[in-house]
Design a protein around this ligand. Structure first.
Ligand SMILES: *[C@@H]1O[C@H](CO)[C@@H](O)[C@H](O)[C@H]1NC(C)=O
Ligand SMILES: *[C@@H]1O[C@H](CO)[C@@H](O)[C@H](O)[C@H]1NC(C)=O
Ligand SMILES: *[C@@H]1O[C@H](CO)[C@@H](O)[C@H](O)[C@H]1NC(C)=O
Ligand SMILES: *[C@@H]1O[C@H](CO)[C@@H](O)[C@H](O)[C@H]1NC(C)=O
Ligand SMILES: *[C@@H]1O[C@H](CO)[C@@H](O)[C@H](O)[C@H]1NC(C)=O
Ligand SMILES: CC(=O)N[C@H]1CO[C@H](CO)[C@@H](O)[C@@H]1O
Length: 617
């Protein structure tokens, strides 16, 4: 009996030693909140799924396709605006913040969506547009008519006619390249709008804080209905300088009618806009605390410099802001011609500017409703590599609907079919330079005549002719498909702690052609991602990636995931990490571990087992 006990103890001790590589977790954080390391999927509701054959996607359609999101493995979805709206700017002109747009269904449909999503453990995030509302919103009608209490809900200034011309309060230009002031005869004054004239800016400088409270009430309303968070639109436009000083052109001689020709310092990125987000965060945190302690998240949209972007995270541990300030680096600063060093710069800048106090998470956006689709920007050969990169970097990843099957821009939309106001304001010869319709076409579910978007309808935008080849049905069950790649990447993120918590170090190798990064946690195998930006194959030395102390323990590399064009396939193992050849445009993820250690450990196990058996029998 005694020998048996000793043997068992010995066996267990040695077995523990044997599996040390796998079981030690160095991360101190046991409580990872639901949104951290999540993957969020942006739905453009008008184009996702039409349940009633009116040609426009709707909420019931989204509910009917939740299983697709579940199959993909995402954490949740954020919906572009679904609120009551005259649809001058795709629903970013809201007439009623607490009412669902009838083209998408009813409030009840939305509550049903929340409930069905909850059953599948999918989170729903709604778009929130505080900067401006529709000129048909009751608030604006009241304000234009000087209804008591509403006079200052918007920014009004005198703009008298002088010498037959209206004298505007200053030279500010709106984002869509018109003056930022429009005249309203009801009040005989001009109001300020940073976007179209149908989108008056709400005045958040009211002394009694009424408009701010209205907005916080909107958040409460939807949280009461069951929403898990908000994506906040155009947040850096919320405040304007109260001095109304004229903007100065970036260079003398530039066209003064174009927004982009100014630095717009008096109308963008003002301190007060950040403060609004900090108070919205406080509001959400308070709500969460009183309602089951489930975090309600804030995502924020602002196109700005990285140091400006990372301020949305907050100031310190008690004054926090956005959980996910969208990082548009891969959309705005990277093109198909970018070099490995450009990728490294985007990643390093974000990581380097993130404040440490928030336990904040980085995030990576590869596409959205305003920018050309990932596959169209980088080409058939490369888009999968980009997805592999973004999914193996630390933090949150964002997918734009259709990206997971490699949908492409539909550039065949005619002038007559064009819907985007940004393009409709131009003309038939130049509209393609402005239109965002090509990235907003119906989701391609299958190869039935309308791509499965609806059974029979006139779709609001034409289905891309690519649907016969690129669709969900065709890719389902095909392990070589883009859909399978996304599924496998998301599954890998859940499986590997090193992808959740691991540190990051980035490098440019192979004469500037390969962007490489390593994810590490102590005593665990590292994960290394290589992205070849060259069309030629490259031979790399993985040892170049590790610091000298570490190299000796890294002797074996196994492929975890690769893009389909790569000849390296899952499970391929290299026992010499000093010379690994990857093909042109390959994206490959390796697990790099110590062959020695595992071999030795296996030996321990066998020995221990032998000892145990010998003493017992
Ligand atoms: C918004 O719609 C709801 C429901 O129809 C209505 O009760 C409310 O008064 C509307 N709010 C505004 C500001 O128009
Ligand atoms: C929420 O969590 C905090 C701290 O973790 C705790 O003090 C509080 O009681 C919790 N509230 C609810 C409603 O569960
Ligand atoms: C956080 O920053 C705010 C604003 O600067 C300041 O008032 C507050 O005291 C700070 N809190 C801590 C804990 O440092
Ligand atoms: C369309 O707009 C462009 C750029 O503003 C202009 O040069 C062109 O003359 C216009 N064409 C027509 C047919 O109006
Ligand atoms: C993946 O690559 C294989 C081998 O080149 C090819 O036969 C297959 O069609 C590819 N799959 C897709 C979805 O392109
Ligand atoms: C064909 C092509 O675009 N090749 C590019 C591959 O990437 C390198 C640098 O990363 C570029 O120099 C090549 O032009």
């Amino acid at each position: 009996m005694k020998t048996l006990t000793i043997s068992l103890v010995l066996f267990l001790a040695l077995a523990a030693q044997a599996t040390v590589v796998d079981i030690i977790k160095t991360d101190e954080r046991d409580n990872v909140d639901w949104w951290e390391n999540g993957v969020f999927y942006q739905i453009y509701p008008r184009s996702f799924k039409d349940s009633n054959n009116d040609g426009t996607g709707d909420i019931k359609g989204i509910t009917s396709k939740l299983q697709h999101l579940k199959d993909l493995g995402v954490t949740g979805t954020w919906l572009s605006p679904i609120f009551d709206s005259p649809m001058v700017d795709g629903g970013y002109d809201i007439r009623n913040y607490t009412k669902v747009n009838s083209i998408y269904g009813s409030n009840d449909d939305l509550v049903e969506l929340f409930a069905e999503a909850k059953k599948l453990d999918l989170k729903i995030i709604l778009d929130f547009v505080p900067n401006h509302c529709s000129n048909q919103h009751q608030w604006f009608i009241n304000s234009a008519n000087r209804v008591p209490g509403y006079e200052d809900y918007f920014t009004w200034r005198a703009c008298p006619v002088e010498n037959g011309k209206r004298r505007l309060p200053n030279n500010w230009i709106a984002v869509f390249n018109t003056p930022m002031w429009s005249y309203d005869p009801r009040r005989d004054e001009c109001y300020l709008h940073q976007f179209t004239k149908e989108q008056p800016d709400i005045n958040f400088r009211m002394e009694n804080g009424k408009t701010k409270q209205e907005m916080l009430d909107v958040l409460t309303f939807w949280m009461d209905q069951g929403v898990n968070g908000f994506r906040v639109d155009a947040i850096n436009h919320m405040f304007e300088s109260p001095a109304y000083t004229n903007q100065v052109l970036l260079e003398e001689g530039l066209d003064p009618n174009l927004y982009g020709n100014y630095d717009n310092r008096y109308t963008r990125d003002l301190r007060e806009s950040y403060e609004f987000i900090y108070s919205a965060r406080e509001h959400l945190d308070k709500y969460a605390k009183a309602n089951g302690n489930v975090t309600r998240v804030l995502m924020t949209e602002a196109y700005a410099t990285i140091p400006q972007q990372t301020q949305w995270y907050g100031v310190n541990d008690t004054l926090r802001g956005s959980h996910i300030p969208f990082n548009f680096g891969f959309i705005a600063d990277i093109t198909a011609n970018s070099k490995a060093e450009d990728f490294k710069k985007v990643v390093d800048e974000w990581m380097g500017n993130m404040p440490s106090f928030t336990m904040g998470q980085a995030n990576w956006v590869l596409g959205n409703h305003d920018r050309s689709r990932l596959r169209s920007r980088y080409g058939d050969d490369r888009y999968e590599g980009l997805a592999i990169m973004s999914m193996t970097l630390p933090g949150v990843a964002i997918i734009y609907y259709g990206e997971e099957i490699g949908m492409v821009d539909n550039n065949d939309i005619t002038w007559e079919e064009t819907e985007d106001p940004q393009a409709c304001q131009s003309n038939s010869s130049v509209y393609k330079d402005f239109t965002r319709d090509p990235v907003r076409t119906p989701m391609q579910w299958d190869d039935s005549p309308l791509g499965g978007f609806c059974e029979s309808c006139k779709t609001w935008l034409p289905v891309s002719p690519s649907f016969t080849d690129i669709n969900v049905k065709k890719q389902t069950g095909d392990e070589t498909s883009t859909f399978a790649l996304y599924k496998n990447l998301i599954a890998l993120r859940k499986e590997k702690d090193v992808l959740k918590f691991g540190g990051l170090s980035t490098k440019v190798i192979a004469d500037g052609d390969v962007f490489a990064f390593e994810r590490t946690i102590k005593d665990n195998p590292s994960i290394v991602t290589l992205l070849n930006l060259s069309k030629d194959s490259k031979t790399v030395n993985l040892a170049d990636l590790f610091n000298a102390d570490d190299v000796s323990s890294k002797t074996k590399a196994t492929v975890l995931i690769s893009n389909n064009r790569s000849e390296l396939k899952k499970g391929n193992t290299f026992s010499n990490i000093n010379s690994i050849t990857i093909g042109g445009y390959d994206g490959v993820v390796f697990e790099v571990s110590s062959a020695m250690r595992i071999a030795t450990s296996a030996l321990y196990l066998v020995a221990a087992f032998w000892v145990a058996v010998k003493f017992v029998f």
